[in-house]
Ligand binder design. Structure first.
Ligand code: GDP
Length: 520
């Protein structure tokens, strides 16, 4: 196989959802298709939903892989599938956002009974902002849910993205009959068990139980309405993240999952060229290259081992090969690789664009680092900075340990575990995060790795807005609009709430306030 063939068959994606929408259940079904697990959860309810993860972790343990289920790789129907896990709401952190820089598409799972829930809008928006193709799976059709049109409207409104319903449900909950497959002009009947009965459009009249049902008829009319009034289907708009194909189904039943997976794999893009040092690097380029999007530290407390997650962007990675870290220009041999591959190997021997490899990190890598084969190096675009939403003032408990405190803080910031801001007027450390868990991890690691106890003082949720340097005027800011500096020395104001933000805008209309969420 040529590098091109390897690239073409790769599908690297993340599944994102709000908690309880069915991400685990859906992932579990995908793993079943890929023969990564043998059996679906046998216990009904929440526990079975978590089965896939724990099963996967068991596999990891048996193989001695110390990394949690962040990446799953398997072969399916000629595709090499890489699924990247994004931590749920409660474990939310910048890792979640950064993971999205390493994928080529996302599957967005929405609970059809709830629609889009507020706490995940940001995550969905980051995908939209980055132009990642989004494939939507509306789950739980076996339950009485929201009107499908209403769900499509919600997606369009909240994300500002067109929808294209790939299939359309006839009824829901107890009245659920099945789904119309719009592209193939056929009806997939829900039989209540795992078998799906496929009826071509020309044969509907042979099924009086359908044609005589009002539910079937009105759904059929809705499909005709969509055909006339809906947005046209556009592969180009999908690839640009401007249109999302929407699939209805049930992850649990399961119903519509296999056809969703097959259609998704068929439509989803393989790795595309990526920008590096001003040029585009093609995934089929001979020379291996990749970037680090995540560093996981101290998985094993006995050793301070860290694993750097590398998204391969071009060429062929081979274990033991010599690569150069662009930032330092240092070359080294990569032999301690970890696989997230659930085939029979423990270490990854080779990888291609789209694959994720874990390499041992003797404390030299940083998030965003580029690794390139040989001496002729280049650098992938910097990972975007994601605006934190939580802010705390950090001080060291024992002033005698200020030095370790600074050192630990700097290292952890470099690793991307947390974002650090300095007070503009007063010398103070303000630590920003996108999720509460980041503070717990930060505190724990400072204590364990640097033997420093930190005191956090909440300054609460804040709305960060960056300023244009020429417009920075210290006298305009007080505690309601706290002025701080980020790592690069750029000034930003942390507004206490919408009210103080609006008040400031009214009072100083000429000062431009930059929202990273809108401008990234
Ligand atoms: P996650 O938090 O997004 O990973 O959600 P889970 O996969 O753990 O699912 C949350 C709950 O919803 C579990 O109790 C699942 O059994 C249930 N669930 C998932 N998919 C479906 C579905 O299609 N229909 C119904 N009725 N329940 C589902």
């Amino acid at each position: 196989m040529t590098i091109q063939d390897e690239v073409n068959k790769r599908r690297t994606f993340a599944i994102i959802s709000h908690p309880d929408a069915g991400k685990t259940t859906l992932t579990e079904k995908f793993l079943l298709f890929g023969n990564l697990i043998r059996e679906s959860g046998t216990v009904k309810g929440k526990k079975s939903g978590k089965f896939a993860t724990s099963d996967w972790m068991d596999i990891e343990k048996k193989r001695g892989i110390s990394v949690t289920s962040s990446v799953m790789h398997f072969d399916y129907e000629g595709y090499a599938v890489n699924i990247l896990d994004t931590p749920g709401h409660e474990d939310f952190s910048e890792d979640t956002y950064r993971t999205l820089t390493a994928v080529d598409s996302v599957v967005m799972v929405i609970d059809g009974t709830k629609g889009i829930e507020p706490q995940t809008i940001k995550l969905f928006k980051v995908c939209k902002m980055r132009g990642i193709p989004i494939f939507t799976f509306i789950n739980k059709l076996d339950r009485e849910g929201k009107d499908p049109f209403e769900l499509l409207d919600e997606i369009e409104e909240v994300l500002g993205i067109e929808t294209y319903a790939m299939n359309w449900p006839a009824g829901m909950g107890k009245r659920f009959l099945g789904i119309f497959d719009r592209l193939e002009d056929r009806f997939i009947q829900y039989t209540g068990n795992e078998e799906e009965n496929v009826i071509p459009g020309s044969e509907y009249d042979q099924y009086p139980e359908l044609t005589e049902s009002g539910t079937f008829q009105s759904a059929k009319e809705e499909v005709e309405l969509l055909q006339e009034a809906g947005e046209p289907y556009s592969m180009e708009a999908i690839q640009n993240g401007e249109q999302t194909p929407v699939f209805f189904g049930s992850a649990l039943a399961p119903f519509g999952v296999e056809s969703f997976f097959n259609t998704f794999l068929n439509m989803a893009p393989s790795p595309a060229p990526r920008k590096a040092s001003g040029d585009l690097v093609a995934p089929e380029k001979e020379q291996f290259s990749g970037f680090i999007f995540k560093i996981q530290a101290n998985m094993n407390p006995a050793h301070r081992d860290r694993v750097a997650f590398v998204r391969v962007c071009s060429g062929k990675f081979e274990r033991g090969m010599n690569v150069t870290l662009h930032r330092t220009g240092k070359a080294f041999k990569v032999s301690q690789t970890q696989q997230f591959v659930a085939s029979s190997r423990e270490t990854v021997e080779e990888a291609y664009a789209g694959d994720i490899i874990g390499i041992y990190d003797p404390n030299v890598y940083r998030i965003g680092d580029t690794l390139v084969e040989g001496k002729n190096t280049f650098e992938y675009e910097e990972l975007p900075q994601f605006p934190p939403e939580l802010f705390k003032r950090a001080t060291v408990k024992n002033v005698m340990k200020s030095k370790q405190f600074k050192k630990g803080m700097e290292q952890l910031v470099q690793e991307g575990a947390i974002q650090l801001f300095r007070g503009a007027k007063m010398d103070e450390y303000i630590v920003g995060a996108v999720g509460e868990l980041q503070y717990d991890v930060f505190e724990y690691r400072l204590k364990n790795e640097y033997n420093v106890e930190v005191i956090f003082e909440t300054i609460g949720e804040r709305i960060p807005r960056w300023l244009k340097e020429e417009q920075v005027d210290y006298s305009l800011f007080d505690d309601r609009s706290k002025l701080v500096k980020d790592r690069e020395g750029n000034h930003l104001a942390l507004f206490k709430n919408d009210f103080s933000l609006r008040w400031f805008k009214d009072k100083h209309p000429d000062i431009e306030l930059i929202d990273l969420f809108e401008s990234n």
